[in-house]
Design a binder for this molecule. Sequence first.
Ligand code: ADP
Ligand code: 5GP
Length: 185
Amino acid sequence: MNERPRLTVLSGPSGVGKSTVVAHMRKEHPEVWLSVSATTRKPRPGEQHGVHYFFVTDEEMDKLIANGELLEWAEFAGNRYGTPRAAVLERLENGEPVLLEIDLQGARQVRESMTDAQLVFLAPPSWEELVRRLTGRGTEPPEVIERRLEAARTELAAEPEFDVTLVNTSVEDVASELLALMDVV
Ligand code: ADP
Ligand code: 5GP
């Protein structure tokens, strides 16, 4: 058991199953605190403000960045996303396990600013399966899928930068591997 829980960062290409794995894990272990990011992206059906994201305007995002309120932020496929700093630090101070689900650029920034963070890469079983999952989710129009697949090529190439790689073949298996890495079980 660690003295102080580490910050864990889960990253990986869009469509690999990050949200699915995290949702599964938190159903059984609600004590794992997942940071809620701010984004300029529009909500998908069913997404709630303050639960899945804080949906903000471009101007609001400009302010969060200018005021130094974000631990990291990045532009991804045409929208900006960032992690509110205060909530993360507060949870870590309280000794709670903290999880960030963010893109590669964000993971790199966290590695610089929080040197004891644990960086976990979620990889697809194959490229074909990634395309299938991203397309099958049915939440993005074809041009957005194209953009995300382009970003995915860069993200997959960055896998060696991470401390650990988990291959998302089974959601249950990956969720329990992630819990073990976070010292929750
Ligand atoms: P991300 O959060 O990484 O963008 P999602 O969690 O939205 O990805 O998953 C993308 C799609 O892949 C969803 O339709 C989800 O149901 C499916 N999916 C996730 N994990 C698996 C898995 N292990 N096997 C098959 N399908 C999966
Ligand atoms: P989506 O639009 O599918 O919810 O997320 C797109 C990408 O943005 C995903 O790779 C997701 O992990 C990433 N993302 C979500 N929140 C943040 C954040 O706060 N910071 C960064 N850098 N990336 C984020």
